[in-house]
Structure formats: C-alpha cells, structure tokens
Design a protein around this ligand. Structure first.
Ligand SMILES: [Fe+2]
Length: 425
C-alpha cells in the first residue's frame, strides 16, 4: 500500500480480439453470438469501393441478421458527421453495431452506439473543457469492430476522436463503456492501404506504444475517491508495459517493410497486430505530449493535402501529426525516466544500447520517419514559428493527456518542443 496517498490500483480492460488472415470471414458468426438481430454496419466510401463492406454485409446477413449500412464516415470525423450517424442510429432501432474501416469508422460507431443507447447531445459527452464530460450511465449496445488500417487501435480503446471546426480543435469522448465489445483483426483487409497511409498509421502505433511506455506511472497519481473517477488513461503499469513493448518491437522491425511493399503479408500482419497490442497498452496507460500537440496540428488549419489520402478534404494524417513532435517530446522527458527511454530505443532497433543519452531515442525515431517517408516536421504540415502560441494553446487544452506525461509540462516547454519540431532533420 502506498502510504503517500497515491493510487495503488490499476485496471486492464481489453477488447477480446480475434486475429489472423481471413478472420473477418467469421464476422457473421461473431455478431450472432453477441445476441444481435438488427445491425447498423458503419463504414466509409473507400471501404465500400474496395468491396469490403458488401462482403461483410453478406456474411452477417447469412446468419439471418438484418443489416443497414451507414457508409458516410469521414476520415477526420466532426461533431456534425458524428451527429448524422447518431441520428441514423437512433431512428434505426438497432440492437447492435458493426464498424468496418479505419479509426474514423470505428469512432463513428462508438458515438452512434452511445447516442442511440443513452440519448443526449454529443457535445455533452465530449471531454471538458470543450464539452460537458458527461459519463454514460451504463454499458452501450454490443459493438463489434473490424479495423481495415493498422494504426489507431480504435478497436481496443475507450476514445472517439472528433474535430470541432468552429473552435479549431480536436478532442475526444472517452469512457470505458466506449470500448468495442469485440474486435476482428484481419491483416488481409489492409492490403490495399497506400504506402503513405501505412506510414502514418504505423508511426501512430509507434507513438501509442512509446508514449504509453513513457507515461507517468499509475502509482505517482493521487488516489481517486471512488472508482468512477479513475481515468481511462491510468499511467504506465506492468501490464500495459508488456503490450507496449511488443508493439514497439513490431514497429521497429516491420513498419519499413510494410511501407515498402504493401503485399508483404508478414509485415502487414505484424503491423496490424502491433496496432491492437499498442491499443491495449495505451488504452490502459495513455498517451501524452506528442498526441496533445497533434490535436492542434491537425485541427487548427485544414490546408495540408497529404499524398495517398482521399482528395475530398485536406487534412493532416493523424500519425504524421503525432510523430513530428515525438523526437523533441522524448528529448524533453528523458531526464524523468532515462532507463525507460533507453529501453524504448532498444526495442525499436532490436538490440542493446550501451551508452544512451537524451538524443538516442529521438535519433532512432527520426531515422524511422525518414525511412517511411514522413514529413520532416511541423513546418511541412503548414505552420511557422509565428503560430507556435496558437499551437501551444490547443495542446494545453488536452490536459486529460498532458497529466500523463512523466514530468510536468508548461506552456514554455510545449513551445520549445514545437519549435524544435519545425524541422526534425
Ligand atoms: Fe494516435
């Protein structure tokens, strides 16, 4: 027992997963045993075009289950796009949900399920200070998530991320009940992902794992008064560490291969599994500085048109918005946990490092960024030094995440990190 009033408890709540090439063929069997008879199948136009959605629909219908398809999930969801899906969900009288697609489709399904089950306005549930921080009073209807990108780990996490354009900020809804009830992870579904999408998604995986591993340990937080107040992101703990470590190992070993050759089934499979492993790790421990900075980087301007992404609206791909500040963030956090930073570096390169310092992990990350064609830094995504204050403001709004950093982060620290991140090489 900690005598200092600090937290003594952590939890690990993971989505039960089914993994392997061909696993998505069992989607009908899985949803049937979840006791569902009428499904809202949430997807996006790209996945429909790739003929994945009709196949999934067929497999579910073959089990005698009614299916209605919602295929208008946006790559970067907004409160409005969530609302449209939630209205459809409310009117449809569904008793279960299946999400097929990237993080955006899965997040859209989480929010549709939330509103269909408990009603209310989306903004009421959004994390404060932007939203009301309302908590769903009881579990949602069953949700089965089938990711088609190897990145967000959304099938394993308790959050849904959304863009609030009028406040020019991205934020989220997070609660343990938002976690999908089951996930089917099938690497064959990622084969058509363009290399830029693979790069961004894979770097997101690496950041989830590294930030989780390098988050403030759960027992350095003050103990909560009642279990309902224990945050979903609890800080580093021995169980989350295992998942994060394995994901780092996979990211270091397989991401370059998956980007270089999309047909490399072994590399695709490892990144897909790595995304879920990291999702379980960060669903428990949490992410902090790079993800906090990523929200304003992606939310403040909508000018960057990334290669390999749909041309319907400009956006900064999530993984790229995160990775650009990771080297400077981990240079800043190094002195809080030198040994753990060294271990993250070792996992990424797959060998022992004798003499590590604050630049070791940043240099390894920069090499990985170069090798997978990531942007050089924040400037390439459309910002200059004059906009650092605005970016800092946006990042400071993510206190939910920043409290998980292994040391205190001030506005000045964030400004320095963003300045150093203008060009990483
Ligand atoms: Fe992420």
């Amino acid at each position: 027992m900690a005598a200092n009033g600090n937290e003594t408890i952590f939890t690990l709540e993971a989505t039960p997963l089914k993994y392997g090439p061909g696993a998505s063929e069992e989607v009908g069997w899985e949803i049937k045993r979840m006791g569902v008879s009428r499904v809202m199948l949430i997807s996006d136009p790209g996945i429909v075009k790739a003929n994945i959605t009709p196949r999934i629909q067929e497999l579910i219908e073959a089990e005698g289950i009614e299916v209605e398809v919602w295929d208008r999930s946006r790559v970067e969801p907004t409160a409005d796009s969530f609302q449209e899906a939630a209205d459809f969900a409310k009117e449809g009288n569904f008793d279960g949900f299946v999400a097929i697609g990237g993080g955006s489709s899965i997040d859209t399904a989480k929010v549709s399920d939330l509103i269909a089950t408990h009603g209310g306005e989306i903004i009421d549930y959004v994390n404060p200070p932007i939203g009301g921080g309302k908590k769903p009073p009881s579990p949602l209807k069953p949700l089965l998530a089938v990711p088609t990108t190897a990145g967000t780990g959304a099938e394993a996490t308790t959050v849904a991320i959304l863009d609030i354009p009028d406040q020019r900020v991205k934020t989220g809804i997070s609660h343990a009940y938002m976690r999908p009830d089951r996930g089917i992870v099938d690497p064959l579904l990622t084969m058509s992902m363009p290399s830029e999408v693979t790069s961004s998604c894979g770097l997101d995986v690496v950041c989830h794992a590294a930030e989780s591993y390098l988050s403030k340990p759960y027992d350095e937080r003050p103990k909560v008064d009642n279990p309902d107040e224990r945050p979903p992101y609890q800080g580093a703990n021995p169980v989350a560490d295992m998942w994060s470590a394995k994901a780092l190992e996979y990211g270091g070993k397989y991401l370059r291969r998956a980007v270089k050759d999309g047909e490399d089934v072994e590399a695709r499979g490892a990144m897909m599994l790595g995304a879920s492993l990291a999702g379980i790790g960060f669903g428990s421990a949490g992410v902090h500085i790079p993800h906090s900075c990523a929200y304003p980087i992606a939310g403040l301007k909508h000018e960057y048109q990334p290669p390999g992404y749909p041309l319907d609206h400009p956006l900064v791909p999530h993984g790229w918005s995160v990775i650009v500040t990771a080297p400077a963030a981990f240079r800043f956090t190094y002195d809080a946990q030198p040994e753990r930073h060294r271990y993250v570096a070792e996992l990424l390169i797959g060998e022992k490092i004798e003499n590590a310092d604050e630049n070791t992990l940043p240099e390894i990350l920069i090499q990985l960024m170069k090798d997978v064609g990531a942007p050089r830094g924040v400037r390439e995504l459309g910002y200059d030094e004059g906009e650092i204050d605005q970016l800092v403001d946006g990042a400071m709004k993510q206190q939910r995440l920043l409290v998980g950093a292994p040391k205190e982060v001030t506005e000045e620290d964030l400004a320095n990190i963003l300045r150093e991140s203008m060009e990483n090489w």
